[in-house]
Design a protein around this ligand. Structure first.
Ligand code: SAT
Ligand code: MN
Length: 586
């Protein structure tokens, strides 16, 4: 196979002469091809079969122990002007980055096969979708891309028609962390990743293309590429609202996207459109429409069980690639929080020994096709996407942030998004549990200067007539003993119900300096084992703490210098003024 598109053919030729592979394979994306790759990896030992009775067509892959998460410190945005990348990114000049990467890629595929993967992010027939081609020497990447993207023949046809595509070049190299870099060249619409075979570092369609590069395309073309799940909530009356929620990695986006209603709300239905990325476009009627550019989920495994997320639990019992989980005596995959079975081998393949830490890696992942999901929405394939009623920001915060609040306006909502902070998780290399600023949950993924990004967000005020309302949630508030105050998981629907009711102008709220918070009685807590006092705590704010946060937010926004939009600073100032007024009143 090859391509009718000269630009693609010559890029493939050029990469082949640089990297010197033994073979070149153009991926068709067929089921047979997937099976061939699986068989090849089983034979090589880079994949093992799991219990064929209880986990049919499921496989385990163990990544290198030093290659288990995204590496933000080795991820770069390469623009001519350093300011364009912003302090939110590591920067390198395109010339320096090319020189560095060209050396690494020199002959790196000798003895290996080079795979050419044409893919489409979004439904093949959608005007909102964007295409790319990833060249890789990893069959693991190929089988993951098969589940995560619309990959192969149809994508290639679209690329040949359009004549342009994002170029992603990837090699696992020798997995030496000192020779590992993930470079983005937004002006060339290209990505180069060397030295990692793990998830987002290697599946270039995901964070590299659909967020970092797409954020540039979105800015130029007037849309938004966001780190958001998309979920449809159908009320007992049959009305469906679609909401898009931005939380940092490993903060429960997949769980929320596949939420199972609690008994008291059993007549609600939940439809998953996406669990990680949303592309938001204003349409001709002035609504914001969302598509999920991906076609599968690369989700965190630990903590998944029949109680926390039965849909996810069932979904990963067939046709799933597991990465870095443990296994039981029965050769079933095992992870912390599974609540069934005992591990005998840990994620590195060693005999399980508690002294070595968790059996499954905390960032172990499942890769599944979205159609495995019992709550999959057919509209995930709809070229026009779905209209968004509400945008929800959130993070993992022990203190300060209340359970939920609504922004007072779009501009205030942009400030709310920019104010998002969260405790770090195992999804990235580094210390876990440290609070860091993560505006719009895009800290690791916005491919350009945050100040320009906030200006782009603000500009939607003039682009669309019917903007969604903006909210902020925090499921992770704790008491002084470290217990979670809110039960989370399915019960989060109670909060989403309030959000929808606010969009429909039929729920009450109290106006505070931060925004509109529900009164304790505005939330449906019937049947929930939670004290009135806890609900009061969850729906109240500590003015002093908020004041401190607002001041440090102002300093943070100003650290972006002249580029920080004046409107954002004005919003911060308004909130601070309001807090001071309330403090004076109290
Ligand atoms: O970046 S990954 O896709 O590997 C995982 C994540 O951080 O969400
Ligand atoms: Mn993510």
């Amino acid at each position: 196979m090859t391509s009718k598109l000269a630009a693609l053919r010559s890029w493939v030729d050029q990469v082949a002469s640089q990297t010197q592979p033994d073979n070149i394979h153009w991926c068709s994306g067929s089921e047979e091809e997937y099976q061939e790759f699986v068989q090849q990896m089983l034979a090589e030992g880079t994949l093992t079969t799991l219990n064929e009775k209880t986990y049919p067509d499921c496989y385990l892959h163990r990544s290198d122990p030093n290659d288990v998460a995204r590496v933000e410190h080795l991820t770069f945005v390469c623009t001519e002007n350093e300011e364009d990348a912003g302090q939110n990114n590591n920067w390198m000049s395109p010339a320096d980055a090319h020189a560095k990467m060209d050396k690494l890629f020199e002959g790196c595929m000798r003895g290996r096969t080079m795979y050419v993967i044409p893919y489409c992010m979004g439904p093949i027939g959608s005007r909102y979708s964007r295409c790319g081609v990833e060249i890789t020497d990893s069959p693991y990447v190929v089988i993951n891309m098969k589940k995560m993207t619309r990959m192969g023949k149809n994508a290639l046809e679209r690329i040949e028609k359009e004549g342009y595509f994002v170029r992603g070049l990837h090699s696992t190299g020798d997995l030496d962390p000192d020779r590992r870099f993930i470079m983005h060249f937004p002006d060339e619409l290209s990505i180069m990743s060397f030295g990692s075979g793990y998830g987002g570092n290697a599946l270039l369609g995901k964070k590299c293309h659909a967020l970092r590069i797409a954020s540039h395309q979105a800015r130029r073309e007037g849309w938004l590429a966001e780190h958001m799940l998309i979920v449809g909530l159908e009320s007992p009356e049959g009305a469906v609202h679609y909401i898009a929620c931005a939380f940092p990695s490993a903060c429960g986006k997949t769980n929320l996207a596949m939420l199972i209603p609690p008994d008291e709300l059993h007549d609600w239905k939940v439809w998953t459109l996406g669990d990680d990325i949303a592309w938001l476009h204003p349409d001709e009627t002035g609504k914001l429409r969302a598509i999920n550019p991906e076609s599968g989920y690369f989700g965190v495994v630990p903590g998944t069980n029949q109680k926390t997320n039965k849909n996810a639990y069932d979904m990963i019992m067939h046709d799933t690639i597991f990465t870095n989980v443990a296994v039981t005596e029965d050769n079933e995959p095992w992870w912390e929080g599974k609540q069934l079975g005992t591990p005998v081998k840990d994620w590195r393949g060693r005999d399980y020994d508690e002294a070595n830490g968790p059996a499954a890696h905390p960032n172990s992942r499942f890769t599944v096709s979205a159609t495995n999901n019992p709550s999959y929405s057919n509209l995930a394939d709809e070229p026009e996407g779905v209209p968004i009623s509400a945008i929800v920001f959130g993070g993992r915060r022990k203190h300060v942030a209340p359970l939920v609040y609504e922004a007072k306006s779009w501009e205030h909502g942009v400030l709310v998004g920019a104010s998002t902070a969260s405790e770090t998780t195992a999804a990235m290399v580094g210390e876990v549990g440290v609070i860091r600023r993560d505006p719009m949950a895009m800290k690791p993924f916005c491919g350009y200067n945050f100040a320009d990004y906030w200006a782009h967000w603000l500009s939607f005020k003039d682009r669309t007539a019917h903007l969604p309302k903006i909210f902020h949630v925090n499921w992770f508030r704790q008491d002084d003993e470290g217990h979670f105050l809110w039960p989370g998981f399915g019960e989060n629907l109670r909060v989403l119900q309030w959000i929808i009711d606010r969009c429909e102008h039929r729920a009450g709220a109290q106006e505070t300096a931060l925004g509109y918070l529900p009164h304790p009685y505005d939330l449906d807590t019937i049947g929930l084992d939670i004290s009135t006092q806890t609900v009061e705590t969850l729906t109240s704010i500590d003015l002093k703490q908020c004041r401190n946060e607002m001041i440090s937010l102002g300093e943070y926004l100003e650290s972006y210098g002249d580029r920080t939009p004046g409107e954002l600073l004005r919003q911060q100032h308004l909130v601070l003024q309001e807090i001071d007024r309330e403090i004076a009143k109290a």
